[in-house]
Write a protein that binds this ligand. Sequence first.
Ligand code: ZN
Length: 257
Amino acid sequence: MFERSQLSRRSVLAGLAAGSALAASGCATTSNPVTGRQQMILIDDAQLSQAALQAWDQQVRQTPTWNNRTAQARLERVGARIVNAAGLGNQPWEFRLFDTKDKNAFVLPANKVGFYRGLYEICAVDDWIGCVLGHETGHVTGRHAAERYSRQMVTQTALGVAGAAIHSDIARAALGMGAQVGVTLPFSREQEAEADIIGIRYMHDAGYDVRQAIPFWQRMETDGGARPPEFLSTHPNPDNRVQRIRDYINGQGWGPA
Ligand SMILES: [Zn+2]
Protein backbone atom coordinates (compact mmCIF):
# COMPACT_ATOMS: atom_id res chain seq x y z
CA MET A 1 0.00 0.00 0.00
CA PHE A 2 2.86 2.38 0.72
CA GLU A 3 5.96 2.41 -1.41
CA ARG A 4 9.23 2.58 0.44
CA SER A 5 10.53 5.18 -2.03
CA GLN A 6 7.75 7.61 -1.13
CA LEU A 7 9.34 8.17 2.23
CA SER A 8 12.40 10.36 1.95
CA ARG A 9 14.67 10.68 4.95
CA ARG A 10 13.59 14.29 5.21
CA SER A 11 9.92 13.41 5.44
CA VAL A 12 10.75 10.78 8.03
CA LEU A 13 12.55 13.33 10.17
CA ALA A 14 9.79 15.90 9.72
CA GLY A 15 7.25 13.30 10.74
CA LEU A 16 9.18 12.45 13.86
CA ALA A 17 9.50 16.09 14.82
CA ALA A 18 5.77 16.59 14.40
CA GLY A 19 5.09 13.48 16.41
CA SER A 20 7.36 14.60 19.23
CA ALA A 21 5.77 18.03 19.37
CA LEU A 22 2.30 16.55 19.44
CA ALA A 23 3.17 14.04 22.10
CA ALA A 24 4.86 16.70 24.22
CA SER A 25 1.86 18.99 23.99
CA GLY A 26 -0.54 16.13 24.63
CA CYS A 27 0.62 15.04 28.05
CA ALA A 28 -2.64 16.25 29.50
CA THR A 29 -5.69 14.15 28.79
CA THR A 30 -9.29 15.23 28.38
CA SER A 31 -12.33 13.70 29.96
CA ASN A 32 -14.83 12.28 27.50
CA PRO A 33 -18.24 13.85 28.27
CA VAL A 34 -20.11 10.64 27.39
CA THR A 35 -17.95 8.02 29.05
CA GLY A 36 -16.08 10.06 31.65
CA ARG A 37 -12.96 8.25 30.53
CA GLN A 38 -9.69 10.18 30.27
CA GLN A 39 -8.45 10.27 26.70
CA MET A 40 -5.35 11.54 25.00
CA ILE A 41 -6.45 13.43 21.87
CA LEU A 42 -3.71 14.86 19.65
CA ILE A 43 -5.70 15.73 16.55
CA ASP A 44 -8.48 18.24 16.06
CA ASP A 45 -11.84 17.31 14.61
CA ALA A 46 -11.32 19.30 11.40
CA GLN A 47 -8.17 17.36 10.49
CA LEU A 48 -9.82 14.08 11.30
CA SER A 49 -12.93 14.95 9.28
CA GLN A 50 -10.81 15.81 6.27
CA ALA A 51 -9.07 12.44 6.40
CA ALA A 52 -12.39 10.72 6.93
CA LEU A 53 -13.99 12.35 3.92
CA GLN A 54 -11.12 11.18 1.73
CA ALA A 55 -11.49 7.63 3.00
CA TRP A 56 -15.26 7.82 2.53
CA ASP A 57 -14.96 9.04 -1.07
CA GLN A 58 -12.63 6.16 -1.80
CA GLN A 59 -15.06 3.68 -0.25
CA VAL A 60 -17.98 5.07 -2.25
CA ARG A 61 -15.96 4.89 -5.48
CA GLN A 62 -14.80 1.34 -4.87
CA THR A 63 -17.93 -0.28 -3.48
CA PRO A 64 -21.31 -0.32 -5.24
CA THR A 65 -24.15 1.42 -3.44
CA TRP A 66 -27.27 -0.67 -2.82
CA ASN A 67 -30.10 1.29 -4.42
CA ASN A 68 -33.04 0.02 -2.42
CA ARG A 69 -35.35 2.86 -1.46
CA THR A 70 -37.27 0.90 1.18
CA ALA A 71 -34.10 -0.27 2.86
CA GLN A 72 -32.53 3.19 2.66
CA ALA A 73 -35.59 4.82 4.25
CA ARG A 74 -35.61 2.24 7.04
CA LEU A 75 -31.91 2.71 7.73
CA GLU A 76 -32.29 6.48 7.87
CA ARG A 77 -35.36 6.27 10.09
CA VAL A 78 -33.57 4.10 12.65
CA GLY A 79 -30.42 6.18 12.26
CA ALA A 80 -32.26 9.41 13.03
CA ARG A 81 -33.68 7.93 16.23
CA ILE A 82 -30.28 6.69 17.36
CA VAL A 83 -28.33 9.89 16.67
CA ASN A 84 -31.09 11.94 18.30
CA ALA A 85 -30.76 9.73 21.39
CA ALA A 86 -27.02 10.37 21.25
CA GLY A 87 -27.60 14.12 21.22
CA LEU A 88 -26.14 14.41 17.72
CA GLY A 89 -29.35 14.94 15.79
CA ASN A 90 -28.37 18.52 15.01
CA GLN A 91 -25.41 17.36 12.92
CA PRO A 92 -25.47 16.12 9.31
CA TRP A 93 -25.27 12.32 8.96
CA GLU A 94 -24.96 10.07 5.96
CA PHE A 95 -26.16 6.48 6.11
CA ARG A 96 -25.23 4.53 2.99
CA LEU A 97 -26.05 0.96 2.03
CA PHE A 98 -23.33 -0.89 0.15
CA ASP A 99 -24.24 -3.75 -2.14
CA THR A 100 -22.08 -6.59 -0.87
CA LYS A 101 -22.94 -9.65 1.19
CA ASP A 102 -20.68 -8.64 4.08
CA LYS A 103 -22.35 -8.76 7.47
CA ASN A 104 -20.72 -5.57 8.55
CA ALA A 105 -21.04 -1.87 9.14
CA PHE A 106 -18.64 0.94 9.93
CA VAL A 107 -18.50 4.58 10.88
CA LEU A 108 -16.02 7.27 9.92
CA PRO A 109 -15.49 10.63 11.59
CA ALA A 110 -17.61 13.29 9.88
CA ASN A 111 -20.63 11.09 10.63
CA LYS A 112 -20.38 8.77 7.64
CA VAL A 113 -21.98 5.38 8.27
CA GLY A 114 -21.60 2.45 5.92
CA PHE A 115 -23.98 -0.50 6.20
CA TYR A 116 -23.63 -3.59 4.01
CA ARG A 117 -26.53 -5.40 2.36
CA GLY A 118 -25.48 -8.71 3.95
CA LEU A 119 -25.95 -7.25 7.42
CA TYR A 120 -29.15 -5.44 6.49
CA GLU A 121 -30.70 -8.68 5.22
CA ILE A 122 -30.41 -10.42 8.59
CA CYS A 123 -31.95 -7.48 10.44
CA ALA A 124 -35.50 -8.78 10.66
CA VAL A 125 -36.40 -6.23 13.34
CA ASP A 126 -35.50 -2.54 13.56
CA ASP A 127 -33.98 -3.19 16.98
CA TRP A 128 -31.10 -5.02 15.28
CA ILE A 129 -30.39 -2.06 13.02
CA GLY A 130 -30.62 0.12 16.12
CA CYS A 131 -28.09 -2.13 17.82
CA VAL A 132 -25.61 -1.75 14.96
CA LEU A 133 -26.12 1.99 14.61
CA GLY A 134 -25.95 2.48 18.37
CA HIS A 135 -22.59 0.73 18.36
CA GLU A 136 -21.29 2.82 15.45
CA THR A 137 -22.55 6.05 17.02
CA GLY A 138 -20.81 4.96 20.21
CA HIS A 139 -17.52 5.02 18.33
CA VAL A 140 -18.26 8.64 17.40
CA THR A 141 -19.19 9.95 20.84
CA GLY A 142 -16.44 7.79 22.33
CA ARG A 143 -14.02 9.75 20.08
CA HIS A 144 -12.40 6.47 19.18
CA ALA A 145 -10.92 7.50 15.84
CA ALA A 146 -9.19 10.55 17.33
CA GLU A 147 -7.92 8.45 20.20
CA ARG A 148 -6.65 5.75 17.87
CA TYR A 149 -4.85 8.32 15.74
CA SER A 150 -3.31 9.90 18.82
CA ARG A 151 -1.99 6.58 20.08
CA GLN A 152 -0.45 6.07 16.68
CA MET A 153 1.34 9.41 16.99
CA VAL A 154 2.81 8.39 20.32
CA THR A 155 3.95 5.08 18.88
CA GLN A 156 5.61 7.01 16.08
CA THR A 157 7.45 9.20 18.57
CA ALA A 158 8.53 6.22 20.63
CA LEU A 159 9.91 4.61 17.49
CA GLY A 160 11.79 7.82 16.71
CA VAL A 161 13.36 7.79 20.15
CA ALA A 162 14.29 4.17 19.69
CA GLY A 163 15.89 5.16 16.41
CA ALA A 164 16.90 1.73 15.33
CA ALA A 165 13.33 0.76 14.59
CA ILE A 166 12.87 3.42 11.97
CA HIS A 167 13.04 1.09 9.01
CA SER A 168 10.64 -1.42 10.44
CA ASP A 169 7.27 -1.92 8.80
CA ILE A 170 5.55 -0.37 11.78
CA ALA A 171 7.60 2.80 11.59
CA ARG A 172 7.05 3.09 7.87
CA ALA A 173 3.33 2.65 8.32
CA ALA A 174 3.16 5.14 11.16
CA LEU A 175 5.10 7.76 9.28
CA GLY A 176 3.59 7.24 5.88
CA MET A 177 -0.09 6.93 6.56
CA GLY A 178 -0.63 10.25 8.29
CA ALA A 179 -4.12 11.11 9.33
CA GLN A 180 -5.50 8.30 7.19
CA VAL A 181 -4.41 5.99 9.99
CA GLY A 182 -7.00 7.51 12.25
CA VAL A 183 -9.85 6.39 10.06
CA THR A 184 -8.73 3.10 8.57
CA LEU A 185 -7.15 1.05 11.35
CA PRO A 186 -9.37 -1.23 13.42
CA PHE A 187 -10.55 -0.03 16.79
CA SER A 188 -9.07 -1.59 19.90
CA ARG A 189 -10.94 -4.23 21.89
CA GLU A 190 -11.42 -1.72 24.67
CA GLN A 191 -13.01 0.73 22.24
CA GLU A 192 -15.24 -1.97 20.77
CA ALA A 193 -16.44 -2.96 24.22
CA GLU A 194 -17.10 0.68 25.05
CA ALA A 195 -19.04 1.20 21.80
CA ASP A 196 -21.16 -1.85 22.63
CA ILE A 197 -22.25 -0.37 25.95
CA ILE A 198 -22.75 3.18 24.69
CA GLY A 199 -24.77 1.66 21.85
CA ILE A 200 -27.06 -0.21 24.24
CA ARG A 201 -27.76 3.07 26.03
CA TYR A 202 -28.62 4.80 22.74
CA MET A 203 -30.86 1.88 21.75
CA HIS A 204 -32.67 2.21 25.05
CA ASP A 205 -33.00 6.00 24.89
CA ALA A 206 -34.26 5.74 21.30
CA GLY A 207 -37.00 3.35 22.42
CA TYR A 208 -35.64 0.12 20.96
CA ASP A 209 -35.74 -3.22 22.73
CA VAL A 210 -32.21 -3.60 24.11
CA ARG A 211 -32.84 -7.30 24.82
CA GLN A 212 -32.66 -7.81 21.05
CA ALA A 213 -28.93 -7.06 21.24
CA ILE A 214 -28.41 -10.58 22.60
CA PRO A 215 -29.85 -12.56 19.67
CA PHE A 216 -28.26 -10.04 17.29
CA TRP A 217 -24.73 -10.61 18.55
CA GLN A 218 -25.37 -14.34 18.85
CA ARG A 219 -26.40 -14.34 15.20
CA MET A 220 -23.23 -12.45 14.28
CA GLU A 221 -21.27 -15.07 16.15
CA THR A 222 -23.03 -17.92 14.33
CA ASP A 223 -22.46 -16.28 10.96
CA GLY A 224 -18.95 -15.32 11.87
CA GLY A 225 -17.10 -17.51 9.41
CA ALA A 226 -16.27 -14.70 7.04
CA ARG A 227 -16.69 -11.69 9.24
CA PRO A 228 -14.92 -8.70 7.75
CA PRO A 229 -12.70 -6.29 9.67
CA GLU A 230 -14.91 -4.15 11.88
CA PHE A 231 -16.58 -7.02 13.64
CA LEU A 232 -13.84 -9.60 13.27
CA SER A 233 -10.37 -8.39 14.03
CA THR A 234 -11.00 -6.89 17.40
CA HIS A 235 -13.54 -9.42 18.63
CA PRO A 236 -11.69 -12.69 18.96
CA ASN A 237 -13.98 -13.89 21.70
CA PRO A 238 -17.62 -13.14 20.88
CA ASP A 239 -18.90 -15.13 23.88
CA ASN A 240 -17.47 -12.56 26.25
CA ARG A 241 -19.11 -9.84 24.25
CA VAL A 242 -22.59 -11.33 24.50
CA GLN A 243 -22.15 -11.97 28.20
CA ARG A 244 -20.86 -8.47 28.85
CA ILE A 245 -23.81 -6.93 27.04
CA ARG A 246 -26.26 -9.20 28.83
CA ASP A 247 -24.76 -8.26 32.20
CA TYR A 248 -25.02 -4.57 31.39
CA ILE A 249 -28.65 -4.78 30.28
CA ASN A 250 -29.65 -6.76 33.36
CA GLY A 251 -27.63 -4.45 35.58
CA GLN A 252 -29.57 -1.48 34.25
CA GLY A 253 -32.86 -3.24 34.97
CA TRP A 254 -33.68 -3.40 31.27
CA GLY A 255 -33.82 -7.20 31.17
CA PRO A 256 -34.02 -9.97 31.69
CA ALA A 257 -31.78 -10.33 28.64
ZN1 ZN B 1 -17.05 -1.31 16.38
